[in-house]
Design a protein around this ligand. Structure first.
Ligand code: AFP
Length: 361
């Protein structure tokens, strides 16, 4: 029966029993789950949330110069309120806040740093497509209040990471360092139930996700990889591929955890000032940890995402993650591009590959 499946709390107690120093981690993740339940309720109301009047059109702008939707601001508040009071975190960084959030003086500070994107994919809110929240937990072992530099830890220093996806069902997918596990919100009892233990990403896939409207801005190794996928069985991959693009990273990563695939938001020349669109601390790092804990791989295209030393709290980074074999192939194409050995695949002479395919000779 459903009641025999572990709840989130039971799972955390069992998985953190051997780490007495992480009992606070269990409590923090329960607070994050409570914030997620509140956000799920707000997101599910859609326009009803504004009690009949039109959604407020006061546009605010976040640190990235992006227009903030009312829900961006509200969901940010929800996470801050749920996580600031418990004496578990020393400070927080949010995509929606220019600077790190200090814990109010009337609350005790804890030993963790919470870094989050409260509503990822929010440009999909108005069209009722799945959106999500992404979070990452880092350690802060000193009594002093954290400064910006305390958050600049490489992804392999995360002690927990996860996302919520607000779709037909609300799910919480997380890792505390021993596998990636999925919980489904049972609204009748208001609890997250373990429904997807030990998720594993197939190492091989025939499905890729990328915003192909940026194709002319991609670097040659990405153009090469996507071009081969599009050639399908008529090209060197000798099998057809499927493409998806939801424009909601949480939904793309969730699909990859459920059935494999590769997600790319690579470096492009569209805006030379930006090395990528996605943020390292609260999008790329938590997703890369979840994917690698499920047997996949997270990369910048040129190296492991989890090894990147952050330089600023809102730093952007190129992202390639998913099925191990495909990510390794994309990394190889970047190496071959850098050392010039990819020429036979990209020179104009060979662009018309049909002239040089064995069966065509
Ligand atoms: P928003 O939160 O502004 O909707 O951005 C979502 C996102 O950061 C990520 O979730 C998507 O994968 C990516 O941007 C979509 O980017 P494009 O709109 O350029 O396709």
């Amino acid at each position: 029966m459903f009641y025999q499946r572990p709840t989130l709390s039971k799972f955390l107690i069992e998985h953190l029993r051997g780490a007495p120093s992480e009992q606070d981690l269990s409590a923090l993740l329960v607070d994050v789950a409570a914030a997620v339940k509140t956000i799920a309720a707000v997101v599910a109301k859609g326009q009803l949330h504004f009690r009949g009047e039109a959604a407020p059109d006061r546009a605010t702008v976040n640190v990235h110069g992006e227009v903030q939707k009312p829900l961006d601001v509200l969901t940010n508040e929800i996470v801050l309120r749920h996580c600031e009071w418990g004496g578990l975190v020393a400070g927080m960084v949010s995509e929606e806040l220019d600077e790190p959030y200090p814990i109010p003086a009337d609350h005790r500070r804890g030993r963790y740093l919470l870094v989050f994107d409260p509503l990822d994919g929010s440009s999909n809110i108005d069209v009722n497509v799945s959106v999500g929240s992404i979070f990452s937990v880092l350690r802060h072992d000193t009594e002093a209040p954290p400064g910006p530099r305390d958050y600049l830890q490489p992804g392999h220093r995360q002690i927990a990471a996860g996302y919520a996806i607000y779709g037909p069902t609300t799910m919480l997918v997380l890792t505390v360092g021993n596998g990636t596990h999925g919980f489904t919100l049972d609204r009748e009892i208001g609890n997250f139930i373990l429904t997807h233990p030990d998720l594993r990403i197939p190492s091989e896939t025939s499905e890729f996700a990328i915003n192909t409207s940026n194709e002319r801005f991609w670097e040659p190794p990405v153009q090469r990889y996507v071009g081969e996928c599009k050639e399908g069985r008529s090209g060197i991959r000798e099998r057809d591929f499927n493409m998806r693009w939801i424009a909601s990273m949480v939904a793309e990563v969730h699909r990859i955890l459920m059935r494999g695939g590769v997600f790319m938001y690579p470096r492009d020349t569209k805006d030379p000032k930006k090395p990528g669109r996605l943020r390292l601390l609260y999008e790329a790092n938590p997703m890369a940890l979840l994917v690698e804990q499920a047997g996949g791989r997270g990369s910048t295209g040129r190296g492991p995402l989890l090894d990147v030393q952050p330089e600023s709290i809102h730093q952007r980074i190129p992202v390639v993650l998913g099925s191990h074999e495909e990510v390794e192939r994309i990394e190889r194409y970047h190496r071959e591009f850098e050392d010039g050995t990819d020429r036979p695949f990209v020179s104009p002479l060979f662009n018309e590959r049909s002239l040089f395919r064995p069966e065509a000779l």
